[in-house]
Write a protein that binds this ligand. Structure first.
Ligand SMILES: [Zn+2]
Length: 93
């Protein structure tokens, strides 16, 4: 099983952040981001979707809306860096 297939299996089971996936699969955040982008594209054909649970800003309470898979480091509203990271999960539909 490739790492991407294992990531899909993991995210079908529960939501994970980029940091958690990097720790779990012993690779860099950059590699995980690339994998997630690839997974997002490849799932479309299979009737499954990668959902992004938005990162939350702990300074101003803003839920940061991200459409593309990326690693947000600062809140676009208040520029605060104390964020609860985005989580990713795969579901049907
Ligand atoms: Zn903020």
């Amino acid at each position: 099983m490739t790492r991407r297939e294992e990531i899909i299996r993991e995210l079908m089971r529960e939501s994970r952040s980029i940091d958690e996936l990097a720790r779990l699969f012993r690779c860099s955040r950059r590699e995980i981001l690339e994998d997630l982008r690839h997974v997002q594209r490849s799932l479309r054909a299979e009737g499954r979707r990668l959902f992004v649970l938005p990162p939350l800003c702990n300074s101003c309470g803003e839920a940061i809306n991200i459409k593309r898979v990326k690693n947000i480091k600062r809140c676009p509203k208040c520029r605060g860096s104390n964020l609860t990271p985005a989580r990713f999960i795969i579901k049907r539909g």
